[in-house]
Design a protein around this ligand. Structure first.
Ligand SMILES: NC(=O)c1ccc[n+]([C@@H]2O[C@H](COP(=O)([O-])OP(=O)(O)OC[C@H]3O[C@@H](n4cnc5c(N)ncnc54)[C@H](OP(=O)(O)O)[C@@H]3O)[C@@H](O)[C@H]2O)c1
Length: 233
């Protein structure tokens, strides 16, 4: 079996953890990043199997220090990355005016800037045949009025992803923008919806795995996946 190295950010729960579960059987060197040590250790216990080396990185990606520490930590043991899942992100509520703009700043920082900075610091790790998943959202295509900050951050990330694809194409690295609709995770804790009203994170992970399995000469550039009944406004 070909040895495959991967880095997944925001891998301790939610979509990131499901993606880690889906890809782990194919991977030999797996880097997982999040802020909380306990969550990462729990994820590692779930994923551990013979032939898989797991590296845990407890980093806050909203800080330059956190991004730098992650990139340096990955490169120390894994100079070439076959797969990056740039997933860490957050939804915070808030209107544009009349409320503090700190939620917007935080989302721009984590959902967009930390992704750009990490890609920048990992430059040199991607090789022909590599794959980058950028975790976006249907909010990249649709402005959720009343809580616009998240859409603003995901639409800015959308421009970043296009630029990334342009820069990675000559290097033979495929880039997929993953745009899920509402998906069960921490952010929906306490919501009183029937189970099927939201996507299960495994649906998203399964489609990403299918995209990754396409031959090198084809790329699923955008993966839009929604609950059958649509978004929740
Ligand atoms: N759930 C949805 O409905 C939905 C829909 C579309 C797109 N998405 C996108 O999917 C991605 C994952 O969302 P999710 O719903 O799965 O979230 P989640 O369950 O809250 O998980 C977020 C993950 O990111 C980590 N994280 C959060 N802040 C971080 C920081 N500052 N530095 C490093 N790691 C951090 C968390 O661990 P720690 O807390 O320990 O740091 C956790 O592992 C996000 O980009 C989100 O925008 C979600």
């Amino acid at each position: 079996m070909k040895s495959i190295s991967a880095l997944i950010t925001g891998a301790s729960k939610g979509i990131g953890l499901e993606v880690a579960k889906r890809f782990a059987p194919m991977v030999s060197e797996l880097h997982l990043a999040a802020r909380g040590k306990d969550g990462l250790q729990k994820a590692a216990r779930l994923l551990q199997r013979e032939g898989l080396t797991i590296h845990l990185h407890t980093v806050d990606l909203t800080t330059d220090h956190g991004v730098e520490a992650l990139a340096t930590g990955v490169k120390e043991s894994t100079p070439k990355l076959d797969l990056l899942v740039n997933n860490a992100g957050v939804f915070l509520p808030g209107t544009l005016v009349g409320e503090s703009s700190c939620n917007l700043s935080y989302m721009m920082n984590l959902n967009v800037l930390s992704h750009c900075k990490l890609l920048n610091k990992l430059d040199g790790c991607f090789q022909r045949g590599g794959y980058i998943f950028e975790m976006s959202s249907v909010a990249a295509r649709k402005l959720f009025l009343g809580k616009p900050g998240y859409s603003i951050s995901k639409q800015a990330q959308g421009a970043m992803i296009e630029a990334l694809r342009h820069e990675m194409r000559p290097r033979g690295v495929r880039v997929t923008s993953v745009m899920p609709g509402p998906t069960w995770s921490n952010s929906w804790e306490g919501a009183q919806f029937p189970k099927e009203r939201l996507l299960d994170a495994s649906h998203v992970a399964d489609m990403m795995f299918a995209a990754w399995q396409l031959p090198q000469e084809a790329v699923l550039e955008e993966l839009v996946i929604r609950p059958f009944d649509g978004d929740i406004e």
